[in-house]
Design a protein around this ligand. Sequence first.
Ligand SMILES: [Zn+2]
Length: 87
Amino acid sequence: MSISYKCQLCDSTDADITATSDAKSNEKINIAFCKKCGLVQLKNIPTDDELKIYYSHNYRFDYKKTYHPTIKYVHRAELLQKVELHS
Ligand SMILES: [Zn+2]
């Protein structure tokens, strides 16, 4: 199926939809495959503001079904910070 879109890498407008839902959340989205360079991207790229809102409000719920991190992820983030400080 041909679609209207513009590749972020090579500006080609020749692409196909390769998936119509998010593999983890099952949310309906269109993922496009550029026929010229092979880049796979969302058909409709979110704006910086949309991404900021999504990652600060909805990401954790979509992928972990909670709005607050579990203690396991708090500890993991703490360990990663310690590793980064010592490297
Ligand atoms: Zn391309």
